[in-house]
Design a protein around this ligand. Structure first.
Ligand code: UTP
Length: 281
């Protein structure tokens, strides 16, 4: 299976940081967000990844490319631990790029992948969302896809005050972690939301989605919404994500994610805990 990582958005909620750099390249502890996303695809068994980029996103390509000068320097200065890490980034997978010419929304970004995908089901991982779990989120969806053969999307319970930021599903529970989806609505008002189960940015999509994306009109925010195209598919399953999600699309959530993920690193966690306790006194 191939994966598509949309990373062409303008990142307006993160301005001015994203004026000249992609939000997908903002570091969370010591890695850019999109590296966590690529690593998730790779650890799900995917080695063909298409990243949807756009204007001002060159640093994403540079990040996953070889850097001979840097490798030479690290080799000669004996910094072999860094050298191994830097080399492994460019060897993780076959990464391809296509540019979304105009930022018309997530649905339109995914449509840019049509030629590369070539008629098969494919995974989509949003480039600004980190999903941490024992079994990678995309692999969890692939397992459901293998069983049912249809589109599967990752969902999780969303607190009331965040409902308006998500695509929300209406569905019938099949088992503890699986729903058969009957309808989806993008960014509903709390009172219009059919449930509290939100779409979190990981999907296995049937290739028919491309046809439906071309059929839909712009939706919420004047954007071509993937959720609106999903509504037209015959069969969709929603799989409750078993893990921890970090949406780094806005400053506060990015900061929280950075702290949480840094606290998983033994080399900094004590110092960071002490510092946080000190400034909170
Ligand atoms: P978001 O809606 O969170 O990204 O899309 P955005 O448009 O950059 O955010 P704001 O609202 O302006 O702050 C989720 C993912 O889809 C990609 C984004 O790069 C992000 O990874 N995306 C979004 C595209 O690739 N193209 C688009 O036209 C829109």
């Amino acid at each position: 299976m191939k994966a598509v990582i949309p990373a062409a958005g303008l990142g307006t909620r993160f301005l001015p940081a994203t004026k000249a750099q992609p939000k997908e390249m903002l570091p969370v502890f010591n890695k850019p967000t999109i590296q966590y996303v690529v690593e998730e695809a790779v650890s799900s068994g995917i080695d063909d990844i298409l990243i949807i980029t756009g204007k001002g996103k060159r640093s994403i390509e540079d990040h996953f490319d070889r850097s001979f000068e840097l490798e030479y320097f690290l080799q000669n200065s004996g910094k072999t631990n860094y050298l191994n890490e830097i080399e492994s980034i460019s060897e993780m997978a076959d990464i391809y790029y296509v540019r979304q010419k105009k930022q018309k929304g997530l649905g339109d970004a995914i449509l840019c992948a049509k030629k590369h995908i070539d008629g098969e089901s494919f995974a989509v991982l949003l480039g600004d969302t980190i999903a941490q779990s024992n079994v990678p989120c995309t692999k969890q969806l692939m397992d459901v896809h293998e069983k049912y053969g249809s589109t599967v999307i990752a969902i999780e319970e969303v607190p009331d005050e965040r409902i308006e930021r998500y695509g929300i599903i209406k569905g019938k529970k099949i088992d503890d972690s699986l729903y058969k989806i009957e309808d989806l609505i993008e960014k509903p008002k709390l009172e219009d939301a059919p449930s509290n189960l939100g779409i979190i940015g990981r999907y296995i999509l049937a290739p028919e989605i491309f046809d439906y994306i071309t059929e839909i009109d712009p939706g919420v925010g004047g954007e071509i919404q993937l959720t609106d195209a999903l509504r037209l598919l015959d069969e969709i399953y929603g799989c409750i994500f078993n893990g921890k999600l970090h949406d780094i699309g806005n400053t506060v959530d990015w900061l929280k994610s950075s702290i949480e993920i840094a606290m998983e690193h033994d080399e900094v966690k004590d110092e960071l805990r002490e510092y946080l306790l000190k400034i909170l006194k």
